[in-house]
Design a protein around this ligand. Structure first.
Ligand SMILES: Cc1cc2nc3c(=O)[nH]c(=O)nc-3n(C[C@H](O)[C@H](O)[C@H](O)COP(=O)(O)O)c2cc1C
Length: 653
């Protein structure tokens, strides 16, 4: 790093000495815990990889206090602590009790009111129905509240005894946690001593902190995670409320460190599972604001994927410690690679929120039952045909195992479809993966041949022992649009963006939605059309991405929430259409009600299905060549599928 680094300087919170200022953010993607309902060897190995990778603080995802008190759990926490300590890391455990919106499925009634229910866009997505059926929330009795306070204090004491170095009380993410639901004006509808005024709404978390303090003693670090802004406008917690009421109260009640998050599960999850549309470090300003009103150390978090940015935030006084969540999922060795002066080897998170560890799109190691990476028994000459992410990943892994690898790509650059998506400002983070793979191929000595079409003759000439085909897919153009002026497929549109005129029609509600939003933001007049219903908008992506897309496009609660909740009028969405013909006048279609209309256009972008380019693998197979198909040419899929299949092949050949 060019500047003097404070990120790698030690930091102390009460009795806890951290070797650096990088922490693993609490995440519920810990393997084993929920499937086996215990801290399994697999769980410990997962955390160990992050500790070995150099993070100074390893914070677990949420544990419910009563779980901690179950027989046998203390011993497992002790084992986890011992393993973390063996790598010089400190272990924290996050404690949380679920709130009224705990589930990730459809948000549950009762809602504060009808409009709030509508704002629960997850319902529109109809995600998880039937998967999660958490109990309907009820107003806790005072006895129940006191029992929860005691449970938190008991759990903290057990964790301290187990050798866990600190405990974080989860008071963030709105309806996800009991503590935040009490604090939040949006969720807390009580009219007793736990509702109404700030003092009353803060009573539950501050009582809890005080009891935890009594249980663990003065010198034991108690961290508190807050949603400094619930992103619910004036209806929820605002940063002003946080700096004025919440932080001072928590400090007074005995908090030793404030971890600054944002958002509320279900209603505004973009603070929790933040998609790639948001810039890196997008809510560090909240940590900065908190730091101004407290003497306590403050943790900054949120889309921080490179340690230069983390270092800048510390140097600028915006935070004292940095949490990284998904980045350490995508590459647990991020701190180590920086320390060793090889930041180019870091596999940067693309923020696709397509699994986040269960598994991770770009880190195959996160897959359940991942095939171990072992040196090749007999090094072979491997020819990879196609330089998209599947081909690049297969080449990387095969070369890492000791095979001699050649990669042929017919275009003049690597990256295929994903590289094209990285040209789109909204999905530019996909470029991280291409950069990473390009550097690794070079370092591993993979011979890359660009602008070379690989047919049977080339395969004969190169004479490999094994061929991996990653020849990708082509976008399907509907018959009615073939040969018509101004027609481009989605990938062409990304590459020839400057040629796209003012009036644009994007055909394809799923893949096309992001592009339509982006082209409209650049000032073009865009209509997004498709045969499906509005529920298919952004349907190719995870629900956390779709949530954002729907907020931009669908008819949801335009009157409230953050400015982003305002529905865009451009692009205009026409769902349930039937395209009849395309003439010089425009696109003739019938709308939802069967009414005909003609959409004039300068450019029509087709963003529908893809078909595999699988002629070559079939020919090779016929000749008896050992050939393995990966990526879209094997089966159309997303990045996760491409990376996963590439590893399944490259780890066994
Ligand atoms: C899969 C997943 C699980 C999460 N679980 C928790 C959790 O248990 N407790 C919590 O406070 N935050 C949780 N978060 C939020 C993260 O701690 C973190 O604040 C968020 O991912 C933003 O940081 P990042 O961009 O570095 O990942 C979770 C996030 C993800 C992606």
């Amino acid at each position: 790093m060019a500047k003097p680094s404070i990120l790698f300087e030690p930091f102390q919170i009460k009795s806890m000495k951290l070797k650096n200022r990088i922490g693993l953010a609490p995440m519920l993607n810990m393997p084993g815990v929920w499937t086996s309902f215990s801290i399994t060897d697999e769980t410990i190995a997962w955390f160990e990889a992050r500790a070995r990778g150099g993070a100074g603080l390893i914070m677990t995802g949420s544990f419910v206090p009563l779980m901690v008190a179950l027989p046998g759990w203390k011993e497992r926490f002790a084992k986890l602590a011992e393993v973390m300590h063996s790598h010089g890391a400190r272990l924290g455990v996050q404690l949380a009790m679920g709130g009224p919106m705990t589930g990730t499925g459809p948000s549950l009634p009762p809602y504060p009111n009808e409009l709030d229910a509508k704002q629960a866009i997850m319902d529109l997505l109809e995600m998880g129905s039937g998967l999660l059926a958490p109990a309907e929330p009820h107003a806790l009795s005072v006895e129940e509240i006191k029992a929860h306070v005691k449970a938190f204090a008991d759990a903290a004491a057990i964790l301290k005894e187990a050798g866990v170095d600190c405990v974080e009380l989860h008071c963030a993410h709105g309806g996800a946690t009991l503590c935040c639901s009490f604090i939040s004006p949006f969720y807390n509808r009580r009219d007793d001593q736990y509702g109404g005024s700030w003092e009353n709404r803060l009573r539950f978390p501050t009582d809890t902190l005080k009891r935890m303090r009594e249980a663990v003693g003065e010198d034991y670090p108690l961290l508190v995670r807050i949603s400094a802004d619930e992103l619910l406008g004036d209806k929820g917690i605002t940063i002003d409320d946080t700096t004025r009421y919440i932080v001072p109260a928590l400090e007074k009640a005995g908090a030793d460190c404030i971890d600054v998050s944002q958002g509320s599960i279900v209603h505004s999850p973009e603070g929790i599972e933040i998609p790639l549309y948001y810039p890196r470090g997008c809510f560090i300003h909240l940590a900065e604001a908190v730091k101004k009103v407290t003497r306590l150390p403050v943790i900054g978090v949120g889309r921080i994927v490179d340690l230069e940015m983390a270092e800048d935030f510390l140097q600028e006084g915006k935070a004292d410690l940095i949490y990284m969540g998904r980045q350490l999922t995508a590459d647990p060795e991020t701190p180590k690679k920086y320390l060793e002066g090889r930041p180019e080897d870091v596999r940067k998170c693309v923020a696709c929120v397509e699994g986040c560890g269960t598994p991770c799109s770009i880190n195959y190691e996160m897959a359940p039952n991942a095939i171990p990476l072992t040196p090749a028994q007999t090094p072979r000459r491997v020819l990879v045909i196609g330089g998209g992410v599947a081909g690049m990943e297969a080449a990387r892994v095969a070369a890492q195992r000791g095979h001699r690898v050649t990669l042929i790509e017919k275009r003049s650059e690597l990256g295929g479809m994903v590289a094209a998506l990285a040209l789109e400002p909204l999905t530019a983070e996909f470029g991280n993966l291409i950069k990473y793979l390009t550097v690794q191929l070079e370092k591993l000595g993979v011979e890359v041949m660009l602008s070379r079409d690989a047919g049977l003759a080339e395969v004969d000439e190169l004479n490999p022992d094994v061929v991996i085909t990653a020849t990708g897919s082509s976008m399907m153009i509907p018959e009615v649009a073939k040969g018509k002026p101004g027609v481009m497929d989605h990938i062409e549109a990304l590459k020839r963006r400057k040629e796209i005129g003012h009036r644009v029609v994007v055909w394809g509600l799923a893949y096309g939605a992001e592009l339509a939003i982006s082209l409209a933001a650049e000032g073009r007049e865009v209509v997004l059309i498709g045969e499906g219903s509005e529920k298919t908008l952004g349907g190719h992506a995870s629900n956390f991405r779709r949530w954002w897309v729907l907020r931009k496009l669908a008819d949801i609660n335009p009157a409230r929430g953050t400015p982003e909740a305002q529905r865009l009028t451009n692009p205009k969405v026409l769902s349930n259409v039937r395209v009849k013909e395309i003439t010089s006048e425009g696109i003739a279609l019938t709308d939802e009600g069967g009414h005909p209309q003609v959409l004039p256009y300068d450019v029509l972008i087709i963003s529908r299905g893809r078909k595999p380019n699988n002629a070559l693998p079939a020919q090779l197979q016929e000749r008896g060549t050992e050939v393995h198909e990966i990526g879209d040419c094997a089966s159309i899929g997303d990045i996760q599928k491409a990376i996963s299949r590439a590893n399944e092949v490259a780890r066994v050949i």
